[in-house]
Write a protein that binds this ligand. Structure first.
Ligand code: ZN
Length: 523
């Protein structure tokens, strides 16, 4: 049976009680006023912060400033190439001497032609060209026309247009995304990328597809998979070195992004023939096992595309085959980024369940079509029980699928106890940031301050960072045993410090709790 949305939590009700007191004490700009608002036996810093939040939640400009400073655990669903803003791609393409076709807005190598295929650098002196390029390489000011008829079409089209510009500046791209996250008090990033630059798929293209996965697996290995793994790792080295240079990480003026922990997910392109898709999966698993910076595998590209639909079960079976041989490799899979009308109803009935049950995904990207699945409540229960987190991309779902507000299953997941975290998907193309997604969630779904903290903590608890959790359980009621007595803001006791030293995940979680403590003393 359907269950209703949880509604106001007990924390919210408690807050209402303290609000009257706090209201008199907290000025409209509460930052820096902590010393004046301390009252004997008064509300805790958390309660004061929650009361301030409740007082400004209907004022978008104040809410924006509050949520930007609010400590956010992670962005777990971010494609590096989609996270870069068009303005940056123009700069990178201009610096690399690329040209752009005026008819299609596709960037490419020289020779340029001033009339039909000008240098991208011309846009730096030609405001009309610059504006047109920003619009073409993002969803800014998008107006449907007969050639590009929907936000979805424009969204996916952009990647093809700026693709050449994304090939020339990966380190700069990483620097941009990391700096933006740090400036929003984000504590961890898992970025999706493909550091093999298409080599794994090309290795797969040399193989014959006969459905015999063990044979194909061995053939790919013999054909030189290890060399491509080494190539991908070298690409990551170069990208990170360049990002550190751009961010000035070894200088006194280092960007705060230098301290942000970042890991990667290898993304498999699902809209390809089976031998190429399988080769990418084999590659992704090998890369995860070879390089601790790569913590999992994902599968990307439009789920409604013909090949993605035709081979959906086959792809999940491929993942199952590989996970049987390497169960420690984490999967976060795009599944259920669909809605009625986009595909036949039959396609809506099994994608999320197959990703969870067959492939063994620990996280689901989007999961929009959950209520179209067979036995949706059984599946929700199973995801809650197994702790399968759903990465919620509110703006992306609105732009690509036209699903938002009351049509979104976000409250359904929460009511069912399925863990959720907010993420951006493609903040550059969508022209948003993670703060915007928190704001959207507050404005459309009536979240309280305690709900925001749970979303933020989920980003780390369900990350693929290695190590044991800081928390006893994901209810976040109490720290794990070694840290029972620890108080964020004070040095952790020795046993807790040992726990943190042994677990990278717990360390980042501790930093988030310290950030909450600092953030909340300001209100
Ligand atoms: Zn995505």
């Amino acid at each position: 049976m359907p269950r209703t949305h949880r509604g106001l939590s007990w924390q919210c009700l408690a807050l209402v009680a303290v609000m009257a007191v706090v209201w008199l004490l907290a000025p409209s700009n509460a930052r820096g006023q902590a010393a004046q608002v301390v009252a004997p036996a008064g509300p805790t810093a958390e309660a004061r912060t929650a009361a301030y939040f409740a007082s400004i939640r209907d004022q978008p400009p104040l809410l924006r400033a509050f949520l930007r400073a609010f400590p956010k655990g992670a962005d777990l669903h971010s494609h590096l190439s989609g996270a870069v803003y068009a303005e940056s791609y123009i700069a990178h393409a201009a610096a690399a001497g690329l040209c752009v076709d005026r008819a299609t807005w596709v960037a490419g190598p020289p020779p340029c032609d001033p009339a039909t295929r000008p240098a991208v650098a011309d846009a730096l002196r030609d405001a009309t060209l610059y504006d047109a390029l920003v619009d073409a390489w993002s969803v800014r000011d998008f107006v449907p026309d007969p050639a590009v008829r929907s936000g979805r079409a424009q969204f996916f089209r952009t990647f093809r247009l700026f693709n050449a510009a994304s090939d020339v500046a990966r380190g700069d791209m990483l620097a941009e995304v990391v700096a933006r996250a740090a400036a929003q008090n984000v504590h961890y990033l898992e970025l999706m990328l493909s550091p093999d630059l298409g080599r794994a798929a090309r290795l797969g293209a040399l193989q014959q597809w006969d459905g015999d996965l063990p044979r194909l697996h061995a053939a790919l290995q013999a054909a030189g998979m290890d060399e491509i793994v080494a190539f991908g790792r070298a690409q990551l080295d170069a990208m990170e070195a360049r990002a550190r240079e751009v961010l000035g990480c070894d200088t006194p003026g280092a960007d705060p992004g230098c301290a942000l922990p970042v890991r990667y997910l290898y993304q498999v392109n699902r809209v390809q023939p089976p031998e190429r898709v399988f080769a990418q999966m084999v590659y992704g698993f090998a890369l995860v096992q070879a390089d601790p910076r790569v913590v999992g595998v994902n599968i990307v590209a439009p789920e409604d595309a013909y090949v993605a639909r035709r081979d959906y079960r086959l792809h999940m079976a491929m993942f199952a085959y590989l996970r049987e041989r390497a169960p420690a490799v984490n999967l976060a899979l795009h599944a259920g980024e669909l809605t009625l009308g986009l595909v036949p109803p039959e396609d809506l009935r099994f994608h999320i369940r197959e990703a969870v049950e067959r492939a063994g995904a620990r996280r689901i990207g989007h999961g929009v079509s959950i209520m179209y699945e067979d036995d949706p409540f059984g599946l929700l229960d199973e995801m809650a029980r197994r702790g399968v987190l759903v990465e919620i991309n509110l703006t992306s779902n609105a732009v690509i699928l036209g699903v938002e507000g009351r049509q979104s299953p976000f409250p359904v997941y929460r009511a069912a106890g399925v863990p959720v975290a907010l993420s951006t998907d493609d903040e550059g193309v969508s022209r948003i940031d993670l703060t915007h997604e928190y704001q959207r969630a507050v404005e459309q779904f009536g979240l309280g301050y305690a709900d925001l903290k749970t979303l933020s903590r989920n980003g780390l608890e369900y990350s693929f960072l290695p190590g044991a959790s800081l928390w006893e359980t994901p209810a976040y009621a109490r720290f794990a045993a070694p840290c029972h007595d620890a108080v964020p803001g004070a040095p952790p006791p020795a046993a807790c410090q040992a726990h943190l030293d042994a677990s990278e995940k717990a360390r980042v979680q501790w930093h988030l709790e310290e950030a909450f403590a600092r953030f909340e003393t300001a209100y």
